[in-house]
Design a protein around this ligand. Sequence first.
Ligand code: PMV
Length: 349
Amino acid sequence: TQALTSQSVSYASPSNIALIKYWGKHGVQIPKNPSISFTLDTCKTTTKLSYVKREKVTDEYELKVILDGKHKPGFEPKIHQFFGRIQSYLPFVKDYVFTIETSNSFPHSSGIASSASGLSALALCLVEMEREMQPEMTLKHFNQKASFIARLGSGSGCRSLEGPLVVWGEHAEIKGSSDLYGVQYPYEIHPVFDNYQDAILLVDKGEKPVSSTVGHNLMHNHAYAASRFEQAVVNLSNLIPILKTGDLDGFVRLVESEALTLHAMMLTSNPYFILMKPNTLHIIDKIWEYRRETGIPVCFTLDAGANVHVLFSDIDKEQIHEFIKNDLSKYCQDNRYIFDSVGSGAIKL
Ligand code: PMV
């Protein structure tokens, strides 16, 4: 009998924060509008995928999820569903028994979604397995395929593989852009955005009242959906010269408007819902007051939750860190926040 050897592959993949938001999808995780995000650096998931050839292949996948060294059967149905979606693109997933050992750099129950980093790390491991079987695969093909597979697990996760900026969704002015995978932003970025900072203020770690899956679905039959999708296209066009010239005032206006529009879509869904908390608004107020008083172009953005991402340039880092420690941290749950910055994407370990 043939001895079965267990092999493994590992990746660390970061989270990302959208500047132009993806909200609304159709088909199998196809976005209704293009989006663009900063890839983060510190907030990431590390995943080791071990695999052993199965003796008998059945229609059921065989997998085990281990989070921080503990078996978590509760996460397995989601991965079974993901494997079902990717089966036709990576047919070998039914030929192995998988052990997925994963850990996040950010605290659990922090309200930071681990799905983008987690699913992109797993997608990279799986496509790496395919690359081992097809060594002629080009890097471009590898990146596209891994992002494509990540998208099927977590839409925004397809923007986590590269950095510093990734576009997902077809846009006439972004060469190579696609609804099927994320691509690295292909144009000039002014040095003022080098090592751009993102401080994540953890306002609420509670369970969200409405999941992003439900939120995306509420964009079907939404009164303002069509104009929102058009606006995102225009905003992405407008962001190109902002990034090129380092127009931070334009950046602040566009990014904050996108965040508030995302939440405006929630407020005007049917049924309507609110993911911001009172402290989300307190923080926004304080940021505006600080910006008025200091003239420093610091701004906020939000994802589908109550936490606030504070964005600022590297040269203002010391002052803004003081501002956060002294003034904003009191609006955070347990005074918690994470200082992160723009990163360059996933790495093979
Ligand atoms: O990838 P999902 O389904 O969790 O949706 C993410 C949606 C936002 O974070 C709100 C916006 C975005 O573009 O990341």
